[in-house]
Design a protein around this ligand. Structure first.
Ligand SMILES: Nc1ncnc2c1ncn2[C@@H]1O[C@H](COP(=O)(O)OP(=O)(O)OP(=O)(O)O)[C@@H](O)[C@H]1O
Ligand SMILES: [Mg+2]
Length: 249
């Protein structure tokens, strides 16, 4: 059998709701390679978060299977970290403690924690804010703490669900730049959900375009554009137009 890094194989997901059964995913096939930056776009309710929850192991598939390095995903694990739209930091912990929290949970010693957290603070550009509490930070800074906290686990895969959706345009752009920077240095695999076609094309090696609920993957686009990506170029805008057409039809 061919080696696959992250393999989503013939996956179906059915939720039970007060209005009866809801088939959100039906025979979804998706292969993600190591170090890839994969963006997922699609209409609201098509199952993007569901896919992320399945990869994270928060949910299990109704049919089919998910494997990571040929091992079935059977629950959450420290090899996969999730960054949500809200940073969901601990309000009573400062930046340093919030970032080190996953290590504390794993009973890593205080000294070792400090040694691991320090370079991460640098990575996400929060030097000088170590002792600040979440309420003393802007939304973008809080989100950077959330990203550093995800990196602290040293996961193989970072799962991001519209992490920059609540940020203003300028902060968002600088966060995108730092994420690409972090990704290219850390060589993690990133699965990134967004509603913004521009964001997907600025970030992704691949853009997966989902159809409406239950219809699955409409297109799987290899984004062969130089980085940093320039959203004013013709090839960029051709891809953008193509994705937009897929999303409206
Ligand atoms: N735990 C659950 N129980 C029942 N229904 C659910 C559950 N989670 C999601 N759903 C339903 O499944 C569908 C897909 O939800 P999901 O959150 O995966 O969509 P999404 O693509 O992330 O949408 P959005 O872009 O709005 O975030 C929706 O109709 C939602 O109401
Ligand atoms: Mg969602």
């Amino acid at each position: 059998m061919a080696y696959r890094y992250l393999n989503i194989e013939n996956v179906g997901k059915r939720y039970q709701t007060p209005n009866g059964a809801l088939d959100v995913l039906e025979s979804l096939d998706l292969r993600i390679e190591n170090h890839e930056f994969v963006c997922i776009v699609g209409p609201s309710g098509c199952g993007k978060t569901t896919i992320l929850n399945l990869i994270a192991g928060f949910e299990s598939p109704t049919s089919g299977r998910l494997t990571l390095l040929d091992e079935p995903i059977e629950g959450p694990g420290s090899d996969r970290a999730v960054v949500f739209q809200e940073a969901s930091l601990m309000p009573w912990m400062n930046v340093q403690s919030n970032i080190g929290l996953p290590l504390k949970v794993k009973h890593v010693s205080k000294e070792e924690r400090a040694a691991k957290v320090e370079p991460l603070i640098d990575t996400v550009g929060l030097k000088g804010f170590e002792r600040h509490f979440p309420w003393q930070l802007s939304g973008g800074m809080q989100q950077r703490v959330g990203i550093a906290r995800a990196l602290a686990m040293d996961p193989q895969i970072i799962l991001m669900d519209e992490p920059f959706g609540a940020l203003d345009a300028q902060t968002r752009e600088s966060m995108q730049e730092s994420l690409v920077d972090i990704w290219s240095k850390s060589k993690k695999t990133v699965v990134f959900i967004t509603h913004s076609i521009d964001e997907a094309l600025v970030l992704g090696d691949r853009v997966i375009v989902m159809g409406s609920r239950g219809t699955g993957v409409k297109d799987d686009i290899h984004v062969d554009l130089d980085r940093p990506r320039d959203s004013t170029t013709v090839p960029f805008n051709e891809l953008k137009k193509h994705i937009r057409e897929l999303l409206v039809n």
